[in-house]
Design a protein around this ligand. Sequence first.
Ligand code: NDP
Length: 249
Amino acid sequence: MSKLENKVVVITGGNSGIGLGIAHEFKNEGAKGAIVGRNQETLDRAVAQLGGSFIGINADVTNLADLERVFAATTEKFGKIDVVVANAGAGTVGTVATFDEADFDKAIDLNLKSVYFTVQKALPHINDGGSIILIGSNAAHRAYPNFTLYGAAKAAVIYLAKGFSSDLLDRKIRANVITPGTTDTPAFDKFVPAEQIDAVKKHFADQMPIGRIGQPSDIGKTAVFLASDDSSFMLGAEILVDGGMTYLS
Ligand code: NDP
């Protein structure tokens, strides 16, 4: 028996990188559901890769009306929601000397506010006993250059897993957070010129205690665990999936 047979999941940012890796692992364990993003081309490609188990919903997670539409459409299509993965997010690069108010709002809107409202808008739809999985970052635990606001937002996301679990005890909805270390996703493309990507990935891999950077499937398998009954005694917990980079390097 697959671990997530007939479970219905919503994965924000499921059209790329870690979110797409989570969708593949969920599909492999018998789940179905919706992936959410703004880029129609990558949404269509991901839905095709996932072979009919998932629908794509074009929506902006920083827009509350879009979030309501995501959960209503998923419930309408599949009849229920068992798991929500709040994964959409992006590194924002700047320091306290350079980031102005608009940069602050943008970083926090995507990496913190959207996580809070993704969960709030899911509540009328997710089953009692359901699982909420947040994607934080190991950047919450160490000061990496230029990641001040990103790290602060992700640290707050770690708290949200505890707060949500406390808030939702009466419904036995468990919220937990995965904090990835450096993971091989298209996010690299946004920060590194194409001709340097392989060298930069090798540099990161050489610095990793475990000798490689993470793959989306590493995070996906952890998300499967948190969605399944195997983790039924876990709520408000953080799982650091980082190849040792946070505390061993
Ligand atoms: P990618 O850039 O590959 O994917 C980001 C995803 O988020 C895309 O699917 C994108 O879809 C979606 N997204 C971004 N903004 C919005 C928005 N406003 N509305 C809807 N969807 C949005 O990045 P990763 O897979 O690397 O990152 C996924 C998560 O993992 C993020 O929260 C990131 O902070 C975290 N993380 C990543 C690490 C890494 O090393 N890669 C390390 C630690 C944490 P679209 O563009 O279509 O909107």
